[in-house]
Write a protein that binds this ligand. Structure first.
Ligand code: AMP
Ligand code: MG
Length: 405
C-alpha cells in the first residue's frame, strides 16, 4: 500500500499555480499576491507634523521663553502658502504639511496657547526649546519611492491592504482561487433541516469540507449529494466539469462496499490513480482525474474525510495558490500511553499547558466516525508509520488546528 508521502507526491504531480486576476483591494484579504508591489511614491508624500502645535525654526527658540508671530494656520489637508522667516511661526495640526522655512514642531503643550481655540492667535509664546526636526515626520520616512513593499507570493493581511490603499492602488493582482467542487455521496444523507427518518443521517462532510476549502483559500463549488448509483455520481461529476472546477473533492462511496460506485464512475470518466493509502484514519482514499480535473475521493467517515483533506487536499489548494504546501507542525509531549497498528496515524488530541510544556491527550473515542473527537481536539497528533507504542513523555509532532493556514 502507498505510504502517505508516496501518495502525496502522486497527488501533487502536475499541480501548478493557477492564473492571475485583478481584484479590488477590499476583497484582497487572505489572497495571494501575484507580483512584487513597488512603491511609486514616498510615504508620507511630504514632511508633516506629528503633533498639534506650531511649526518653527528651531534656531529661533533655543533661549525660551520666546514669542513668535503667527503668519499662517495650517490644518490637515491644506497646502502652506507662506515661507517662514526668522521670528515667525505657523499654527499646524497633526498630518498637515510643514511650511517651507520651518524645520521643527513645538507641541501646543509647550506653548502659552489654549489648544482648543478655533482661530489661530496672532502670537505664540514658546516655553521650551525643541531640537531641529522635532515632531516632524519626514517625507519617505515610512516608505521610499522604488522600495519593494510586498513580495510576490505573500498572503495579504489587513495591514497590507492598508499600504496598498496608501500607495494609491485600488486593485491588486492576485492568484486566482482554486474552484473546488464538493460532492457528498450516499443514499443515507439528509440536509440539516430535513427530519430524521429511519436509517438516515445528516450530511456533515459537505459542511466540514466547504469550511476547510474556505479556510485554506479555495472557492467552494457546491455539487450537492449524489445517490449511490453510477448515474447519480456521473451526473454530479458532470456538473463539476460544467462548473470548471480546478479540483473535485467527493466523500464516501470509495471503500469496498456493494454500493461504492465512485471508483467505477471515475474509471469511466477519467482515470483512477490509486484508491488506498497506508494511514489511519483515511485508508480508503481515491485519487484520479475526471476529464482531466484532479479528483480526490475522500473517505465517508466525517473524521477520516477531514484528516484526508488536511493531508492531501490542503497541499493541492496551497500549491495551486503558489504557496508552500508542507504541513506546519510543532513538537509536543504525549501525556498518555497510545497504541497504533503501525500505519501512520493522526490522533485527535487536546493540547494542555503543563509546566511550560504543551502536552497532548486524546479526545475520547478515536472512532473515525465520531465528529466529537474533532470538535474537542486542538490538533492532530502524528504517530509515524512503523511506531506501535507511545509512552507518556514521548515527544511527537502535532498539527494544530489551523496553524499558519
Ligand atoms: P462509505 O464510504 O460510503 O461506506 O461511508 C462510510 C461512513 O461514512 C458511513 O457510515 C456513512 O454513513 C458515513 N458518511 C458518508 N458520507 C457522509 C457525510 N456526508 N456526512 C456524514 N457521514 C457520512
Ligand atoms: Mg456510502
Amino acid at each position: 500500500m502507498l505510504s502517505v508521502d508516496e501518495a502525496l507526491e502522486m497527488v501533487l504531480a502536475g499541480i501548478e499555480r493557477l492564473t492571475i486576476e485583478s481584484i479590488p483591494i477590499q476583497e484582497a484579504r487572505g489572497r495571494v499576491l501575484a507580483g512584487d508591489v513597488t512603491s511609486a511614491q514616498d510615504l508620507p508624500p511630504f514632511d508633516n507634523s506629528a503633533m498639534d502645535g506650531y511649526a518653527v525654526i528651531a534656531a529661533n527658540i533655543q533661549q525660551p521663553p520666546v514669542t513668535l508671530t503667527i503668519v499662517e494656520d495650517i490644518p490637515a489637508g491644506k497646502a502652506p502658502q507662506k515661507t517662514l522667516q526668522s521670528g515667525q511661526a505657523a499654527r499646524i495640526m497633526t498630518g498637515a504639511p510643514l511650511p517651507p522655512g520651518a524645520d521643527s514642531i513645538v507641541p501646543v503643550e509647550l506653548t502659552g496657547v489654549d489648544r482648543h481655540s478655533d482661530i489661530a492667535p496672532d502670537v505664540v509664546e514658546i516655553f521650551q526649546a525643541v531640537e531641529r526636526g522635532a515632531y516632524v515626520r519626514p517625507v519617505g520616512e515610512d516608505i521610499q519611492q522604488g522600495e519593494i513593499v510586498l513580495s510576490a507570493g505573500h498572503l495579504l493581511r489587513p495591514a497590507d491592504i492598508g499600504v496598498l490603499a496608501g500607495l494609491g492602488y485600488s486593485s491588486v493582482e492576485v492568484v486566482r482561487r482554486p474552484r473546488v467542487g464538493i460532492l457528498s455521496t450516499g443514499d443515507e444523507l439528509l440536509l440539516p433541516d430535513q427530519p430524521l427518518t429511519p436509517g438516515k443521517i445528516r450530511d456533515m462532510n459537505t459542511f466540514t469540507i466547504t469550511a476547510l476549502v474556505e479556510e485554506y483559500g479555495g472557492e467552494p463549488v457546491p455539487l450537492g449529494i449524489a445517490r449511490d448509483t453510477e448515474q447519480s455520481v456521473r451526473d454530479h461529476l458532470n456538473r463539476a466539469i460544467e462548473e470548471s472546477c480546478d479540483l473535485i473533492l467527493s466523500s464516501a462511496g470509495v471503500s469496498v462496499g456493494a454500493f461504492d460506485v465512485v471508483k467505477t464512475v471515475l474509471e469511466e470518466m477519467g482515470a483512477v490513480n490509486f484508491w488506498k493509502v497506508n494511514m489511519r484514519p483515511g485508508k480508503p482514499l481515491t485519487h484520479g482525474y475526471v476529464n482531466g480535473i484532479p479528483f480526490l475521493g475522500l473517505p465517508g467517515n466525517p473524521v477520516s474525510s477531514m484528516v484526508s483533506f488536511e493531508v492531501f487536499a490542503r497541499p493541492v489548494i496551497r500549491k495551486m495558490l503558489g504557496l508552500d504546501w508542507g504541513m506546519q507542525t510543532r513538537t509536543v509531549r504525549v501525556g498518555e500511553t497510545l497504541r497504533s497498528d503501525g500505519r501512520m496515524t493522526f490522533a485527535r488530541v487536546k493540547l494542555v499547558e503543563e509546566a511550560g510544556d504543551l502536552v497532548a491527550y486524546t479526545t475520547g473515542t478515536q472512532s473515525s466516525g465520531a465528529i466529537s473527537s474533532m470538535v474537542k481536539a486542538d490538533g492532530l497528533l502524528i504517530i509515524p508509520a512503523g511506531v506501535t507504542e507511545i509512552k507518556p513523555g514521548d515527544r511527537l509532532a502535532v498539527r494544530p488546528f489551523f496553524f499558519d493556514a
